[in-house]
Design a protein. Structure first.
Lengths: 243, 247, 232, 232, 247
C-alpha cells in the first residue's frame, strides 16, 4: 500500500546503506527538531523521517550523533540522509547534495531586555553565542559578530543572561519551544524575518546518492501535497513553516 | 649521658623489648650483644627514635623524655642531631653521589658552609679508604664500600653518640681493622658510641661496657672484663659458640 | 526539578548499563593486556630484528598518546572505510560503532597504561630479578611471579586514574553514533532546557561508578601492600 | 584538500599558542603543586583535627576524579554565578572563561596526579626515610631532599600521561566559550564540512606538542635514572 | 666439575676480573677470600651468569660455554638450575611469606608437587631455626633471620653448586655455627659449595680449597692448609690483619 512500491524504478534502493531501511542521521539534541522525550527520540525531523521512509517503502532508522559525526558519517556511508536543520550553502554543495527544502526557518535575535541590540545591523562587533556548525553561527558571522561557542540553545540563553555575551541568533521555533516550558524573564526576542530571508532547511546526501535524493524529493512532494508536512509543522512549531 | 628506664616495645603480639633499664656512659663505647632476633636493632633504633616504644623514660644529658607521653617533633629532631645511626643495610641515598651522601646532613641539617663540609667529607672518605669513590653513585659500590660510606656519613654529623648496627659485618678483616682504628680514635674524642655486633673479638677489643640481650631482656649489663669471665651459663655458651666458630 | 530527575534517571541508568559500563570494562581489560605487552617489549633489551618491533610499539604509544581520543575515534570509525586494501578489505574497513569504539578505547588506554606499567617495573630493585633468575626462573616466570606482583602496588593508583578517566571518556563515543549515558543526558536536556541540572545528574551517576572503582583501588592497594610497612 | 590545510593551519596554530599551550602549562603546574600538597596530606599519619583536613582532601580527590571534566567546567563557569554568598560574593561568583578553565583544569589534574605522587612516595623503601631522619632531617627535609628526588623517577611516566592528557582535554574549554585549537578546527569544519580532514590536521598539531612533552619525559627519565642500573 | 678459563669482566673502565682461570671441584667447598672490592662477588655472580663476562670459557661437567660468543637462554637456565645463589643482601621476595619464598623455586622451576615441596620447606625452616616464621613476610624479619631464609630458599632447589656471598656476615656466632653445620652436612651430600666470606675462622673451618682474589687477579689458588702457611707477604698480611681483629 505504500507509494514506494508503485514507482516504476526501485534502483535507488541499491544506494541504501542497509537493505529496506532509510538510515537517518541527526543530532537528537535540538528541540523541537529532534530531542528525547520519555526515553524516546522525537521531534519534527524524526516524524518527518518516519513519514518519508514510509512513503518510500522503507523502514526508518535513526542514528543520533554529534554534528561532526553526522557530516563525517555521510562521507563514509554511515547514513543515507542527514535531517538536522541544515541549510544549503555553496561550501557544503562542494561535497554533498541536498534535497528540496522542507522548512523555511525564520531567524530570531534574542537579547537582554532593554538592550540596544535589536536588528541584524546592531550585532556587528558584538559577542554572540552560537552552536558550532549551525546556520545561526553562519548568519551571525556574516553580520560581523564575534562568535562565542555554545553547546545548545539553553546554554546560549544562560550566556546572554549572565552578560557573558550580548545576544544569540537562533531559529524562531527554538525560542517558542523554549518559552513553552521555561521562563524568559529578562530576555527579549526580535523577529529577523523582515531582515533575513528564511533559511532553507534541506536534507543532506552523499554525492553518490542521486537516485535516493530524487526519490526523497518525490516523497517530500507527496507529503506536502497530502498535507502531512503542514500537520507536522503545526504540531511542533505551532505554525506552518514548511512553505 | 644516655639512660633508659623501663622501656617497652612491642610489634603487634611480639614483645620485642621488655622493661629495658640501662645507661650508655659518655665518652665510652657500649657494645650490645645477643642472638639474632633478640632485639638489639630495636633497642638501638629506639635510641634514635626510629622506633617509638610504648612506655619507658629516656634521659639525654639533662633532658628527660617519657615515651608513654610521646616526644615532640622538636625534641625528636634535637635528639637525632645528637645521635647518628649507621644501619645494618647501609641505607645510602641512591640518588646522590658518595660525596653528596656525606655532605647532605652537615649542609642541610647543621647548615655548615659548603666548602668546609666538602673538605671534611673528602677527609672522611680518605679515612675510610674510599677517596677515589667520591663521585660514584652508591649502586656501583661493593657491600663493604657502601658500609664504609655509611660510616663516613654518620661521622660527618659529629654527633654526641654514634649508634652502629653491625657496622663491620660486611667488611673484610683488613678494613674492619681500619674502621676499628677510626672508631677507637673517635671514642677518645668527646663523642660516644653504642655498637651492635656479632663479632666477639671486635667487641672485646672496643667495648668499655657490654650489654647482652636475649628475647628482649637484658641478661648482662656490665664491664667488658666481667662479661668475658661471667659464670652465667647462657652467656658462657654464647661466647664459646663464637669461639668454636672462630677457631 | 525533581520530576526531571525522576524522569531522566532511569533512562540514564539504562544507557550507562548498556554502553558506558560494558565499553569501559572491556576496553580497559583489553587495554591492560596491550599495555603489558607494550611495556614488556619496550623494556626488553633484545637486539637484532626485535628492534623493529620495539620501534613499532614506541610509535604506537607515541601516536595514541599524542593525538586526541576524539580524533582517534573518528578515524577508526569514519576514516577506515576509505582505506580500501585490495585483498583484505576491498570495500574498506567498516566497523560497527561498538567495535570501533572498543578498539579505539583499548588502543588509547593501552598506550597510556603501558607507560605506567613500564615505570612500575623499573621501580623494582635489580636484586629481585637476580634472585628470581638465580633460582632458575625464565624471564617470563620472573616477571609474572616476582616482578609484576610487586609492580602492581606502585602502578595501582595511576592505573586506577586511567580506568576512571576511561569511564568518563566513553562519552566521546557519542561522536561515533553511540548514544551512551552522556549523550542521553544531552538529548533530554534538549527537551527540558536544563543542561546544568542534567549535567549534575549525569555527573552523579558517573560518580557512583567511579566511586566503586576508587573503592576497588583502595581494596587492591591494601591487598598488594600487606607485606610493606612504611615509615611515617 | 591542500588549500584547506594551508588555509586552516595558521588559524589553528594561533589558537594553540593563545589558549591550548598556555592553559595546559599553567594548569599543569598549578595542578602539580596541588597534587603534591594533597598527596602529602593524605599520606601523613598525623592524628586529631588534622583528620578533618585529610577527609577534605580525600573528598576533593574523589569528587574531581569521579565526575566528568566537562561537567566540572560547566559548574565552575555556569553554575558558580548562581552561588550567591551573602558577604563574599553577593552577586554570585562570575569568573572569566580563562580563569574558570584554568581553575578547573588545575583542580582536575591535581586530583589525578595526587594519586600518582602518593603511589610513588610509597614506593621508596622505609630505610630511606630512616636514614634521612637519622641525620636529623625534618619530615619536609627528608621529603624534598631524599624521598621526592627518588620518587620522581617512578612517577614521571604517569605524570607525563596526565600532562599529555591535559593538553588534549583543554579542547573541552570550548564548552565554556574559549575558542581553543580544537574549537577552531570544528568551526572551520562547520564551514567546509570536512571534519575528517580538519581533525587529522588538528591531531597532527596536538601530536607536535605532545611529542615535545614525550621527549621531555624521556630526557627527565634519563636524568633521574642516572643512578640506577637495572637487570635485563 | 666447574671450571673457568681466562675469564675477563669489566665495568666500564674498571677491569673487575682479569684472566681468571681456576676450578671449583665437585663435592668440595671452595672459599673465595680477598679484600673489599677485589671482585669476589663479581666472580661468584659470573658463575651464576648474573654477570656476563666479556670473554673466557666456562666448563660445567661435560658442557663448555664461551662467554665471548654468548650463552643461549636455554643454556643459561640450565646452568642456573644447577647453581644456586645466596646473596649478600638476601634478596628475599617481599610479597611472599617466608614459606612461599622457599617453595617458589621448587614449584615453579622444578615443577615438583606442592604438598611435597611444602613439607620440605617446613623441614628446611626448622633446619635454619625459623620454624615459627613460616607465615611471616620478609620485612618483619631481622637481618639474621632474613639471611637464614635466603639460605633455606637456595637449599630447597637442591642445586649441584651452592654459591654463597658472605652467607654468615649478618648472623650471630651461635647461628653462624648452626648454619656452618648445615653447610658442612650439605658439603658431604652430592652438592658442592663456593663461599665468599670475610670470616677467616669460618673459612679455615669449612674450606677444602681457597682462592684469594685481589684487584681482579687470583693471588692464591690451593688447599686450605697451604693458604694458612703461605709465605706470600700480601696474604700473610691479610691473615694477620684478620688475626689482630679477632684477638
Ligand atoms: N617491623 C617489625 N614488625 C614486626 N616484627 C618485627 C619488626 N622489626 C623487628 N621485629 C621482630 O622483633 C624482634 C627483634 O628484632 P631485631 O631486628 O631488633 O633483632 P636483632 O637482635 O637486631 O637481630 P639480628 O641480629 O638478626 O639483626 C625479631 O623477632 C623480629 O622478628
Ligand atoms: N654494577 C657495577 N658497576 C660498576 N662497578 C661495579 C659494579 N659492580 C661492582 N663494581 C666494582 O667492581 C669491583 C668489584 O666489586 P665486587 O662487588 O665484586 O667486590 P667484592 O670483592 O665482592 O667486595 P665486598 O667484599 O666489599 O663485597 C669494585 O671495585 C666495585 O666498585
Ligand atoms: Mg639487627
Ligand atoms: Mg661482595
Amino acid at each position: 500500500s505504500s507509494s514506494g512500491k508503485s514507482t516504476s524504478n526501485d534502483s535507488y534502493k541499491s544506494e541504501l546503506n542497509q537493505k529496506g531501511t532509510l538510515t537517518i542521521g541527526l543530532e537528537g539534541t535540538y528541540s523541537p527538531y529532534s530531542y528525547r522525550k520519555d526515553g524516546k527520540l522525537t521531534g519534527f525531523e524524526v516524524e518527518l523521517g518516519n513519514k518519508l521512509a514510509k512513503k518510500m517503502g522503507l523502514k526508518a532508522k535513526f542514528v543520533p550523533t554529534k554534528w561532526d559525526g553526522l557530516v563525517a558519517g555521510l562521507g563514509s556511508n554511515k547514513y543515507d540522509v542527514v535531517l538536522n536543520n541544515i541549510t544549503a550553502t555553496p561550501a557544503r554543495a562542494k561535497n554533498y547534495i541536498f534535497s528540496k527544502p522542507y522548512i523555511y526557518s525564520r531567524y530570531a535575535l534574542i537579547t537582554r531586555q532593554g538592550d540596544s541590540i535589536k536588528k541584524l545591523n546592531d550585532i556587528k562587533g558584538k559577542k554572540l553565542a552560537e552552536g558550532t556548525g549551525t546556520n545561526n553561527e553562519l548568519v551571525a558571522k556574516q553580520n560581523g559578530a564575534t562568535i562565542v561557542p555554545s553547546g545548545d540553545f539553553a546554554t546560549s540563553l544562560s550566556l546572554v543572561r549572565q552578560k557573558r555575551v550580548d545576544a544569540t541568533i537562533n531559529a524562531r521555533e527554538a525560542w517558542y519551544s523554549y518559552k513553552k516550558s521555561n521562563s524568559t524573564d529578562g530576555l527579549t526576542y526580535h523577529d529577523l524575518s523582515s531582515e533575513k530571508d528564511p533559511a532553507k532547511i534541506v536534507g543532506l546526501f552523499n554525492k553518490k546518492s542521486t537516485k535516493l535524493r530524487s526519490e526523497t524529493n518525490k516523497a517530500l512532494k507527496a507529503l506536502r501535497a497530502d498535507g502531512t508536512l503542514k500537520k507536522l509543522s503545526n504540531k511542533y512549531f505551532g505554525a506552518n513553516i514548511t512553505e | 649521658m644516655l639512660k633508659l628506664e623501663k622501656l617497652n616495645k612491642s610489634f603487634g603480639e611480639h614483645h620485642a623489648l621488655v622493661d629495658i633499664t640501662t645507661t650508655f656512659p659518655e665518652h665510652q663505647t657500649t657494645v650490645i650483644l645477643g642472638p639474632s632476633g633478640s632485639g638489639k636493632s630495636t633497642l638501638l633504633r629506639s635510641l634514635n627514635l626510629l622506633e617509638r616504644p610504648e612506655s619507658g623514660r629516656y634521659f639525654f644529658d639533662d633532658d628527660v623524655f617519657d615515651f608513654a607521653k610521646g616526644i615532640s617533633v622538636k625534641d625528636t629532631l634535637n635528639i637525632r642531631k645528637r645521635t647518628e645511626m649507621v644501619f645494618q643495610g647501609y641505607n645510602l641515598f641512591p640518588h646522590l653521589t658518595v660525596l653528596k651522601n656525606i655532605m647532605e646532613g652537615p649542609i642541610q641539617v647543621l647548615r655548615r658552609p659548603k666548602a668546609e663540609v666538602e673538605k671534611d667529607a673528602h677527609a672522611l672518605l680518605k679515612k675510610v679508604g674510599l677517596a677515589d669513590k667520591a663521585d660514584v653513585y652508591p649502586n656501583q659500590l661493593s657491600g663493604g664500600q657502601a658500609q664504609r660510606v655509611a660510616i663516613a656519613r654518620s661521622l660527618a654529623m659529629q654527633p654526641k653518640y654514634i649508634l652502629l648496627d653491625e657496622p663491620t659485618s660486611a667488611l673484610d678483616p683488613e678494613l674492619e681493622l681500619e674502621v676499628l682504628k677510626v672508631l677507637k680514635q673517635i671514642s677518645t674524642e668527646k663523642r660516644s658510641m653504642i655498637i651492635v655486633t656479632h663479632n666477639m673479638a671486635f667487641a672485646r677489643e672496643v667495648a668499655d661496657k657490654i650489654i647482652f640481650v636475649e628475647d628482649g631482656h637484658i641478661l648482662f649489663d656490665g664491664s667488658n672484663e666481667d662479661f668475658f669471665k661471667t659464670e652465667n651459663k647462657r652467656i658462657a655458651d654464647f661466647i664459646s659458640a663464637m669461639t668454636f666458630a672462630n677457631i | 526539578m525533581w520530576d526531571i530527575i525522576v524522569n531522566a534517571t532511569p533512562q540514564l541508568v539504562v544507557a550507562g548499563l548498556k554502553y558506558t559500563i560494558p565499553i569501559s570494562i572491556v576496553s580497559f581489560l583489553l587495554g591492560l593486556i596491550l599495555a603489558l605487552i607494550t611495556a614488556l617489549i619496550r623494556l626488553s633489551s633484545k637486539k637484532g630484528p626485535f628492534r623493529i618491533l620495539k620501534a613499532i610499539f614506541r610509535f604506537y604509544v607515541w601516536l595514541f598518546r599524542s593525538t586526541p581520543l576524539l580524533v582517534q575515534l573518528f578515524i577508526v570509525y569514519f576514516g577506515l572505510p576509505y582505506l580500501k586494501l585490495t585483498f583484505i578489505a576491498p570495500d574498506g574497513i567498516k566497523l560497527t560503532p561498538l567495535v570501533a569504539g572498543i578498539i579505539t578505547f583499548s588502543l588509547n588506554t593501552g598506550a597510556y597504561c603501558s607507560e605506567t606499567i613500564r615505570a612500575s617495573i623499573l621501580s623494582i630493585p635489580k636484586g629481585q630479578w637476580e634472585a628470581a633468575y638465580s633460582i632458575g626462573m625464565t624471564r617470563s616466570q620472573a616477571l609474572s611471579r616476582i616482578i609484576l606482583p610487586q609492580a602492581v602496588r606502585v602502578s595501582l593508583p595511576p592505573l586506577a586514574n586511567s580506568f576512571i578517566g576511561l569511564v568518563k571518556d566513553t562519552s566521546l563515543a557519542a561522536s561515533i553514533t553511540i548514544v551512551e549515558m552522556f549523550e542521553v543526558s544531552q538529548q533530554i536536556a534538549a527537551e527540558n532546557y536544563q543542561p546544568l541540572v542534567m549535567y549534575c545528574l549525569v555527573a552523579a551517576l558517573y560518580a557512583v561508578a567511579c566511586s566503586l572503582l576508587s573503592w576497588l583501588q583502595g581494596y587492591l592497594e591494601k591487598v598488594t601492600s600487606r607485606y610493606v610497612t612504611n615509615a611515617d
